[in-house]
Design a protein around this ligand. Sequence first.
Ligand code: MN3
Length: 206
Amino acid sequence: MKDTFKLPKLSYEYKDLEPYIDAKTMEIHHSKHHAGYVKKLNAAIEPYEELHDKTIEEILMDLSIVPDDIEQAVINNGGGHANHSFFWKLMTPKGNDQAVGELAGEIDNEFGSFETFKEQFKKAALTQFGSGWAWLVADENNKLSIISTANQDSPLSLSLKPILALDVWEHAYYLKHQNKRDEYVDTWWNVVDWDKANENYEQAIK
Ligand code: MN3
């Protein structure tokens, strides 16, 4: 099988997000779960050469170019690939738990304060029933909002531009936190790369 899409390397080691996210969770999440999405995505698109030179973001932004018989496979596994690639880059061993740059100002404008934003984001993460993601996104008018999506559905397919993402599938936290998703969300803020989130915002509003 052609490996059109590839599992991205992380810019840190699996153990580097400890004590907040444990090495075993990172290893399984990246080398098994994410790798699985990449493999299934490549299998799905293999017969369709017209998709081979597209980025996964281009495909998810316009699902009408995807043949019907593989559409759900692309939503699930292409979404899984894009979401995780995006998520890994939003984490760093040097997290600082404070938004920066233009994004920091816009979060204050939209949500009132950084603390209120965090509360609302956490609520989205906790009320997403079953597997899914919590997101900070910008719409076509550059307005920020918090949404959650089910399974591996991507905000790109809703014409929204992702700024910040949190994986709330059990595989993201179960080894360390078991059923306590709230504890995982609280801990996760320690490893958020706000420089990267601000970069995502600047790209989104360009
Ligand atoms: Mn995951």
